[in-house]
Design a protein around this ligand. Structure first.
Ligand code: BES
Ligand code: MN
Ligand code: ZN
Length: 503
């Protein structure tokens, strides 16, 4: 996407759609009335009479009167100006993005001033506009053969402003990098499971590695057997697809130290295994690699922005199937860490593959760990579909993480993990751990199980079972994959590159 800066010569804007923000009492925004009056003397009056709406996120579209050089005007209501925040603006611009995608616009122009207040600068508007419009425009292409949709993408965004152009463009650039990465993650999650196999996910990671100069290592069945990754191998046993442990390294410093590990659950399809899911519970389980997608999306942002922090990404990918070879409840398996696990439920497979992935990340030098997973239905029961559940063993690390989540506007809520919870995880007659202590509190037990493999390493677990997939259109995108945590993971890495969280 190209960005242009156009001097405030309002009368001649060469673009398809002009976006005009309409705050409550627009007459209080310096220059607003002159600005709109330069297109039509009626506009200020139409605001007063309510034909152009000032309500938050209300859209009014109209054809333009040609000689100005653009075809349409889109008014977007902003509500009270003092209430505008980055979060609210992101949703505003995502609404604009949805409209632009419906209109099939290829170019737009934005006058930033109405979107600013004491806290929000012109540069903030550039960043949020790029991010919000990019997220709002997203649609999964799908596989319909009779689609006659005109294939138009937004190619050019112009800002009518004479503020510092370099900073402005840089802010815009970061916003569109973020949106693109989230949308790539959404594509992965929306892809059907016969197409996005573990092998295909590895190929996708290879492309990322190539593009961004990451080191890549992919372990298949043979390498896993050599290393003793009994947990991911057990989950893969019923499958004809090869399991893949995908490892990406982004090196920012001369020595491989102070490494952040991002670990993703990449179950390309979760039937539940012999603890089979009921037929309605199985539909949608193509999205059980949302954690992997979040990690890959974050790596894309990291590859683009190149923060001064070493990062290792580890993705454990396989499907969870049934066959004569599949693992069974009552099986006892030995994980890469050496810890033994009694399988009580083959549908609690995410924690198993993540146990090995986390152990691998630690062995590869991770000093901080964040695992991301569509881990439990329990987190949806506890927090609903719009909040990511978290566990941690480190207050300072979690605090830093929450700053990042606040910055990106992705809601995260921490769950407790007590000593008595840990006791229940360790309750087994025959092994060190069991993978399913029962239904009550099972969001905690799912994450807590992974915590058994991190040792003293500062660790955060993110359960995105609810947030990875939206059941209907929402503020920042359509029904389906959300790309949740892509931006927050990249932001926490960026923050850790700039601060020492131990002080
Ligand atoms: N992938 C599921 C969790 C899930 C549920 C993700 C709904 C997205 C939407 C996970 O592997 C699973 O099956 N979890 C079980 C755990 C139980 C057997 C302890 C669950 O949540 O029911
Ligand atoms: Mn499962
Ligand atoms: Zn699963």
């Amino acid at each position: 996407m190209k960005i242009n800066m156009v001097e405030q010569n309002f009368n001649k804007v060469e673009t398809e759609v002009l976006i005009i923000g309409v705050p409550e009492h627009p007459e209080n925004t310096q220059g607003w009335e002159d600005f709109v009056a330069s297109y039509s003397n009626s506009f200020p009056e139409w605001v007063r009479s309510g034909q152009i709406k000032t309500d938050y996120k209300q859209v009014v579209k109209m054809p333009a009167f040609n000689e100005n050089g653009f075809e349409r005007i889109l008014f977007i209501g902003l509500g009270a100006k003092r209430k505008l925040s980055e979060d609210r603006l992101r949703a505003v611009f995502a609404t604009v993005g949805k409209e632009l995608s419906d209109m099939k616009a290829s170019s737009v122009a934005i006058w930033p001033t109405p979107f600013t207040n004491e806290k929000i600068t012109d540069e903030d508007v550039a960043f949020i506009a790029a991010e919000g419009i990019g997220l709002g425009m997203y649609k999964f292409a799908g596989y319909k053969t009779d689609s006659n949709e005109r294939d138009v993408s937004l190619e050019e965004v112009s800002f009518l402003s004479d503020t510092n152009q370099d900073e402005f463009k840089a802010a815009f650039e970061v916003g569109s990098i973020n949106a693109q990465a989230v949308n790539e993650a959404r594509n992965l999650v929306n892809m059907p499971p016969n197409m996005l196999t573990a092998t295909e996910m590895a190929n996708y990671a290879r492309q990322l590695a190539e593009k961004y100069d990451f080191e890549i290592e992919v372990l298949g069945r043979k390498e896993m057997e050599e290393q003793g990754m009994g947990a991911i191998l057990a989950v893969n046993k019923g499958s004809v697809e090869e399991p893949q442990l995908i490892v990406l390294k982004y090196t920012a410093t001369d020595t491989w130290e102070d490494v952040v590990g991002l670990v993703g659950k990449g179950i390309t399809y979760d039937t539940g295994g012999y603890s089979l899911k009921p037929r309605d519970g199985m539909v949608g389980m193509k999205g059980d690699m949302g954690g992997a997608a979040a990690v890959l999306g974050a790596m894309q942002i990291i590859g683009e922005t190149r923060p001064a922090k070493n990062v290792i990404a580890v993705i454990a990918s396989t499907d969870n199937m049934v066959s004569g070879d599949a693992f069974k409840p009552d099986d006892v398996i030995t994980s890469l860490s050496g810890k033994t696990i009694e399988v009580l439920n083959t549908d609690a497979e995410g924690r198993l593959v993540l146990a090995d992935a986390v152990t691998f990340a630690k062995q590869a030098g991770a000093d901080y760990l964040i695992d991301v997973a569509t881990l439990t239905g329990g987190v949806i029961v506890a927090l609903g579909k719009d909040k990511t559940g978290a566990l941690t063993n480190d207050e300072a690390f979690f605090e830093e993480f929450m700053h990042a989540a606040t910055e990106t506007g992705e809601f995260v809520w921490r769950l407790p993990l007590t000593e008595s919870d840990k006791k229940r995880l360790r309750k087994s007659e025959v092994a060190d751990l069991n993978n399913s202590p029962g239904r009550d509190g099972h969001a905690i037990f799912g994450g807590g199980f992974i915590g058994e493999f991190v040792g003293d390493t500062p660790w955060i677990h993110l359960d995105i079972a609810g947030t990875s997939d939206a059941s209907s259109a929402h503020d920042l995108g359509p029904k389906g994959a959300t790309g949740v945590m892509v931006r927050t993971l990249a932001t926490v890495v960026e923050r850790m590159a700039n601060t020492d969280i131990n002080n």
